[in-house]
Design a protein around this ligand. Structure first.
Ligand SMILES: [Fe+2]
Ligand SMILES: [Fe+2]
Length: 158
């Protein structure tokens, strides 16, 4: 992970401590096996969303629960399949995966109801109900930024 010039050392330490509570776990490690956007794995994508969300919240001095923001951002795409593989019946992935990720996060990480909502609404406006929390809006926005960066990196390589 690149060290941001603008991120103070103590914030970086906080971020690293928070993400390691999740990324070192077995279910999360499995995300390395799934291609998400271009050649970017779901593992890398979700860490990028967590980092962007954290930086966004700090930069805008948002009064949010930073631990919950990082946790929800990491878990927002917690599904265990390759959505590109239509032969296995992964249709309407864009619409369905927020709920799948939320259910997986509940069963594997015991997250709060508020954190569940952050995950459930991250695909707005594709899914019709908008985020209901500040953290949810930040994740929704940073997910789109990270996705755009994933594809741009992929295009540059090819
Ligand atoms: Fe997603
Ligand atoms: Fe995502």
């Amino acid at each position: 992970m690149k060290k941001s010039k603008k991120l103070p050392e103590e914030s970086l330490i906080f971020f690293k401590n928070e993400i390691h509570k999740i990324i070192d776990t077995e279910p999360f490690q499995k995300l390395k096996n799934y291609r998400h956007h271009g050649n970017v794995s779901t593992y890398t994508h979700t860490i990028a969303v967590a980092y962007l969300s954290f930086c966004f919240a700090l930069r805008h001095r948002s009064s949010v629960d930073l631990s919950a923001l990082i946790r929800s951002a990491l878990l927002h795409d917690l599904y265990f399949y390759d959505w590109h593989d239509k032969t296995k019946g992964f249709h309407f992935h864009g619409y369905k995966h927020p709920k799948i990720a939320m259910k997986n996060a509940v069963s594997l990480y015991h997250i709060s109801q508020r954190e569940q909502r952050h995950i459930k609404h991250h695909m707005f406006p594709l899914t019709l109900i908008p985020p209901t929390t500040k953290e949810g809006w930040i994740i929704c926005w940073c997910d789109k930024v990270a996705t755009w960066k994933d594809y741009r990196r992929h295009q540059k390589k090819h």
